[in-house]
Design a protein around this ligand. Structure first.
Ligand code: FEO
Ligand code: CA
Ligand code: CA
Length: 633
């Protein structure tokens, strides 16, 4: 499809789209039509959440290998954040948001689970009768969760849990901190949903810089490092001033330690309290995708999406049991956590994060506090990876291996690095840093790139790998003197050593990906209009198996001001689904919603998906072919 700034979903001929569900749609029978200005926390806890990101479809009746012919499905969706400027049409100024508005916004975040019926090209959600045992549900930052794995009893978690449970009294042995900042995630072979908590720092406020609990926390060198590294408020009054009290670090300085984890949810069993799987490490987690290794252990790949952060892998100690779904429930509590080191020669090593290795490194770097145990290592996984020499990357987002119907990979993994607008030290695997590009180009990697990792012996449990550049994002027809809309010079060439990494349609800022069974990879973008303003964020497709330069084609363009998240195919691959996140957050000139609403007094610059003069809503869309055929075949 051609580049466009149209405020709709643009598709090639022969494809059509429809909205499946959008922010505020009812999950239960008998609810009133959605009215954003009447929204309360209690209402939002029964309605689809905001800013949908990751999407995952599950067959309503599980079996392994997963059936591809079921028409009753369960959709799990991440709701990453909630911007009050895009939530309440009648509020006229930021100062008019009260505590109830903010609590409602927090309740719009987390996870939405909803039953879906697929009838050919006609997809619809199924509302449920209200019940604790309904499949449809919300998991919000107020819901109970259980911490499991090595950090479950960590001193920070224990301290913070008290404050959360004071605010939201609940069942014993659970913590009422739920989940937030849910970006991407993954599915497990045993039919659970993994949700990665990413930019949790922005949910925390600091109202009293001299508060006694904050003063006490600042005496802990590991806590100081953690606050600086994640960016939650440390010294000055900032953040969401009207956040619920448990999100105020003055009162609850260890609150941020409850986030940055991977949450495991069982979509089939609403009575099973979701688990924070601390063994997988704490970070600004983008994803948690799975591949079964040669011996039946399960590898989980994870990106830590911040400039200069890491690619992680967890390998379970136990093996996947395809005959007994529930026997796999605690596989993610025991295993090895690694961070990737990429070497100049195209090789690389997965560095295991252990207390022994970390403390040996601390002995050489005494600014760092020692690690008490494995729980401390997974809590401080970023610090551990830094100490062990893992490679700092250009914002690793999705990291995912194509797998077969038995969930086995062949060792190939794509690592999507969305961009890096800072000047940064050169590191292998980040080809636009440092001296690799000709002067006088600005060295920042504004366009992003995609790496391919090949695990040693094709085994996802390997500790060695090779890496190569799969695509250096940008414009295959780029002039050497490209300038960004802001007038700054940027390198958008797609070539390495004069050899193009791809041909076809230009794009930047790759974020989420998915694979199909025909060897294609589907790539969704986040922020591409900041580089190429003639096209909204979009979805592109190419072949994983073709050799370079492979052709990349634009398949879908989203509406104004939206990023595209959560690309996924239906089980029968006759539908493509994606999440349209934050339509109207910026206009096509790049002016953001705060400026448009509060300074210029304008409505949001998108009416997606309802059209007309409607208020914009984040939404899940379904794309099918007019002839009912497989997508992309
Ligand atoms: Fe939530 Fe890294 O995107
Ligand atoms: Ca993302
Ligand atoms: Ca992103």
């Amino acid at each position: 499809v051609a580049a466009t700034n149209a405020d709709t979903i643009s598709l090639p001929p022969g494809y059509r789209w429809r909205k499946l569900i959008a922010w505020g749609d009812a999950l239960f029978d008998g609810m009133a039509p959605f009215d954003p200005d009447a929204l309360t926390r209690a209402e939002q806890e029964k309605r689809f959440g905001d800013a949908n990101d990751m999407l995952a479809l599950f067959p309503a009746r599980y079996s392994f290998p997963w059936p591809v012919d079921q028409t009753s499905l369960i959709l799990c969706t991440n709701n990453e954040y909630a911007d009050p400027a895009l939530m309440f049409p009648c509020v006229r100024a930021p100062a008019d948001f009260n505590a109830a508005h903010w609590e409602t916004a927090y309740a719009a975040v987390g996870i939405s689970v909803v039953e879906v019926e697929q009838r050919g090209g006609d997809w619809r959600i199924q509302t449920n009768a209200p019940s604790d045992q309904a499949i449809n549900r919300r998991i919000t930052p107020f819901s109970p969760v259980v911490f499991s794995g090595p950090a479950a009893q960590h001193r920070w978690i224990s301290a913070a849990a008290v404050k959360f449970n004071e605010a939201e009294p609940g069942a014993p042995r659970t913590v009422r901190c739920g989940t937030l900042a849910n970006c991407s995630g993954g599915r497990t072979p045993w039919g659970t949903y993994l949700s990665a908590e990413e930019n949790f720092d922005g949910f925390f406020a600091l109202t009293d810089a001299a508060a006694e609990p904050l003063d006490a926390a600042r005496a802990d060198a590991a806590w100081l490092y953690d606050a600086g590294r994640f960016g939650y408020p440390l010294f000055s009054r900032t953040g969401v001033a009207r956040a619920p009290r448990q999100f105020d670090v003055s009162h609850n300085p260890h609150g941020p330690s409850l986030y940055g984890w991977v949450l495991e949810v069982d979509p089939y069993d609403p009575s099973w309290t979701p688990r924070k799987r601390t063994a997988l490490g704490r970070k600004k987690g983008e994803c948690a995708t799975t591949a079964i290794a040669k011996d039946g252990r399960v590898a989980i790949y994870m990106g830590d999406d911040q400039i200069d952060h890491f690619v992680f892998k967890f390998v379970t100690n136990g093996r996947f049991d395809p005959a007994d779904r529930l026997a796999n429930r605690d596989l993610l509590d025991h295993g090895k956590l690694y961070a990737a080191r990429l070497d100049e020669d195209g090789g690389g090593e997965w560095l295991e994060l252990t207390p022994e290795a970390c403390n040996a490194a601390v002995a050489e770097a005494p600014f760092h506090a020692p690690f008490a145990d494995l729980g401390d290592v997974v809590m401080r996984a970023r610090e551990a990876a830094t100490l062990l020499g893992a490679t700092q990357m250009d914002r690793p987002e999705d990291v995912e291996a194509p797998v077969d119907s038995e969930w086995r990979g062949q060792g190939a993994v794509l690592v999507v690095c969305t961009n890096n607008r800072n000047e940064s030290f050169p590191h292998p695997g980040n080809p636009r840093r440092g001296a690799a590009q000709a002067e006088p180009m600005q060295q920042a990697n504004v366009a992003g790139h995609i790496l391919r990792i090949d695990e040693a012996e094709g085994d996802h449990a390997a500790t060695r790998f090779r890496w190569d550049v799969f695509a250096l994002c940008g414009d295959p027809a780029a002039a050497p003197s490209f300038t960004l809309p802001g007038g700054i010079a940027a390198d958008v060439s797609v070539s390495i050593a004069r050899a193009p990494t791809f041909t076809g349609d230009r794009f930047t800022c790759p974020d989420n990906i998915c694979f199909d069974s025909s060897g294609n990879v589907w790539i969704a973008t986040d922020g591409s209009p900041a580089v190429f303003p003639d096209c909204n964020d979009s979805v592109l497709a190419t072949s994983v198996t073709a050799s370079a330069p492979r052709e990349i084609k634009r398949f879908l363009v989203g509406p104004v001001g939206a990023e595209i998240c959560g690309p996924t195919l239906s089980l029968d691959e006759r539908a493509f689904l994606c999440a349209i996140q934050h339509p109207g957050e910026a206009d096509i000139a790049g002016t953001n919603i705060s400026e448009l609403r509060w300074r210029r007094g304008q409505r949001p610059p998108s009416n997606f998906p309802d059209g007309g003069a409607a208020w914009p809503r984040s939404a899940v869309v379904v794309v099918t072919r007019d002839d009912g055929g497989k997508i992309g075949s």
